[in-house]
Design a protein around this ligand. Structure first.
Ligand code: 1GP
Length: 234
């Protein structure tokens, strides 16, 4: 089979990418038209996903999104039940900061019946949970510990091990609603050694911080909570 990598190419083009994360657990399809009106101008992608999404919540939301926006819709799933062929791409996430086989390989195998003949563009993504100063949903649901922000060597080594294992993206995640976003120092250290693009999310609320994150070497940032509660400062 031929698999496309058209959407991945945008990550290699050097543009600053900006994703808004919509959690099907928090947003109903009928709220979308209003919701999308407040998308920041710089938005290039919509991510859909969450840690505690019920089985049939994702597909109706993605279908509604496709009616209201032409931005690419990427699945950012907490587990295999959140996969729907109605989106454009799938971040095939391995939680490499943790050692729970469920999120290293088990959910991936469970996803295959849905993916075997999919048109989704599948992007192998290393997902590293970094301590965001509060116990986040990812930590609770995945039953793994985040990496300490001051353990930069371990974070860098994990990111490089991910690249050498064939991952195409590194996602540095402080967790939704994090008090402390991923320190730009961490982004800088990772970007010095890896050659694949870096995504940063968790606790980002304003464009000044985001500018620092890009400057440190991130290709994409992801904003969820600040968009949901209308507190994002552009
Ligand atoms: C995406 O989980 C984050 O990586 C979103 O975090 O909700 O804190 O923006 P926020």
């Amino acid at each position: 089979p031929q698999r496309s990598n058209t959407l991945y190419k945008a990550f290699l083009e050097g543009q600053e990418l900006f994703a808004i994360l919509i959690d099907p657990d928090k947003t109903q399809p009928k709220q979308l038209p209003q919701h999308l009106k407040k998308l920041p101008n710089q938005t290039t992608h919509i991510f859909v996903g969450g840690s505690t999404v019920q089985k049939d919540q994702t597909e109706p939301l993605v279908k509604a999104l496709k009616q209201h926006t032409t931005l690419p819709v990427f699945l950012f799933p907490g587990d295999a039940s959140q996969i729907t062929n109605t989106a454009d791409a799938l971040l095939f996430l391995s939680l490499l900061s943790g050692r729970n086989p469920e999120f290293l390989i088990e959910q991936h195998v469970k996803a295959i019946p849905k993916l075997i003949s999919t048109n989704l563009e599948i992007i192998p993504t290393a997902y590293l949970l970094i301590d965001g100063g509060i116990k986040t949903a990812v930590q609770r649901v995945s039953n793994t510990k985040p990496m300490a922000q001051n353990n930069i060597d371990a974070i860098v080594n994990t990111a490089l091990a991910a690249e050498f294992s064939g991952k195409k993206l590194i996602y540095l995640e402080a967790g939704s609603g994090a008090k402390q976003f991923v320190n730009p120092e961490i982004v800088r250290a990772v970007s010095r050694v890896v050659s694949i693009p870096i995504i940063v999310g968790g606790g980002l609320r304003d464009n000044n911080t985001i500018a620092e994150i890009y400057k440190a070497g991130a290709t994409m940032v992801v904003v969820g909570t600040a968009f949901e509660n209308n507190s994002f400062k552009s």
